[in-house]
Design a protein around this ligand. Structure first.
Ligand code: ADP
Length: 247
C-alpha cells in the first residue's frame, strides 16, 4: 500500500512538472509573438498614415487589411497570455484590501480614447454610501473590469450607453456593467463563458476577439470565491454582474 502511495506521489510530481513546463512554453512564446506583432502593427500604421511615402488606393487597402489582421492576432496573444497566467497553478494571487471604487475609476479612464472614438457614454454611477474594501488581487480584478467594459463598448452601437455601478448586497460587493448593445440570444446563453465561444451576432459586430475574455474573467472571479453572471434585457442590451465577498 505504501509503495502504491509513493508511486502515485511521484507520478503526480512528474505531471505537475510537465504542466509547469507547458505553461512556461506558452507564456514565453506568447511574449515573443506579442513583441513581433506590435512591431508589425506599428509598421502597417506608418504605411497607412503615409509616414513613409504616398500609397496608391490599392496599397492603402492592403495595408489596412494587414493592420487589422495584426491587431486581431495581438488581441488573441494578449488573451492567451492572461489565460495561461490564470491557469498557472503555481502562481498564487496577491490578496490585499483594495478600494474597488478607485480601481473602477482608473479603468474607466483608460477607455476614454475608445469611448470618444465610438461616441459611447461610459458612466460610473458612484454609490451614495461608503463602499467597504475588498480582499482581492488588484491586477486580476483590473483584468475582469477591463474585459467587461471592453465588451460593453465593443458590442454597443455608436452613441450607446454603458453604466458601471457598485452596491453592497449583504456580505458581498456587487459590481455591474450594463450596456445598450446587441444583447445575448437565448440559444447562446449557456455558451457565453465557454473557452473560444463567440456568438453569431458578436462575430458580425466585431471581428476582433478570441472568445477567451469571459472564460478567463470567470476563472479569476471564482478564484476569489466570487460569482459572475449576466442578465439580458431584450431590446436593451446586457448587464454583466460579479460579486466579491467582503471579508
Ligand atoms: P470576445 O469578446 O473576444 O469574443 P469574450 O470571451 O469576452 O470574447 O466573450 C465571449 C462572447 O460573449 C462574445 O463573443 C459575445 O458573443 C458574448 N458577449 C460578451 N460580452 C457581451 C456583451 N456585452 N454583449 C453581447 N454579447 C457579449
Amino acid at each position: 500500500m505504501e509503495d502504491e502511495i509513493e508511486k502515485l506521489k511521484k507520478e503526480n510530481e512528474l505531471l505537475k512538472k510537465i504542466n509547469e513546463n507547458k505553461s512556461d512554453t506558452i507564456s514565453i512564446t506568447a511574449h515573443q509573438l506579442r513583441t513581433s506583432l506590435s512591431v508589425l502593427k506599428w509598421i502597417f500604421r506608418m504605411f497607412i498614415s503615409e509616414d513613409v511615402g504616398k500609397l496608391t488606393n490599392k496599397q492603402n487597402e492592403l495595408a489596412q487589411k494587414a493592420y487589422t489582421s495584426s491587431e486581431r492576432m495581438l488581441a488573441l496573444v494578449n488573451d492567451l497570455l492572461t489565460l495561461s497566467y490564470t491557469e498557472d497553478a503555481s502562481i498564487s494571487y496577491n490578496l490585499e484590501k483594495i478600494d474597488i471604487l478607485h480601481l473602477v475609476e482608473q479603468t474607466i479612464f483608460e477607455f476614454s480614447e475608445e469611448t470618444n472614438k465610438k461616441g459611447i457614454n461610459l458612466t460610473f454611477l458612484r454609490p451614495d454610501t461608503q463602499t467597504p474594501m475588498v480582499n482581492c488581487d488588484e491586477n486580476m480584478i483590473r483584468v475582469v473590469l477591463q474585459n467587461l467594459i471592453e465588451n460593453a463598448i465593443k458590442y454597443s452601437n455608436e452613441g450607446g450607453q454603458v453604466f458601471v455601478s457598485i452596491k453592497q448586497k449583504e456580505s458581498d460587493l456587487q459590481i455591474s456593467v450594463h450596456d445598450s448593445g446587441i444583447g445575448i440570444k437565448d440559444e447562446d446563453k449557456n455558451s457565453i463563458f465557454k473557452k473560444f465561444f463567440r456568438a453569431e451576432n458578436a462575430l458580425e459586430k466585431d471581428n476582433i476577439g478570441s472568445g477567451l475574455g469571459l472564460f478567463t474573467t470567470k476563472s479569476i472571479i471564482e478564484k476569489h470565491n466570487g460569482r459572475i453572471w449576466f442578465e439580458n434585457t431584450p431590446e436593451d442590451g446586457t448587464t454583466f454582474l460579479f460579486s466579491l465577498p467582503i471579508y
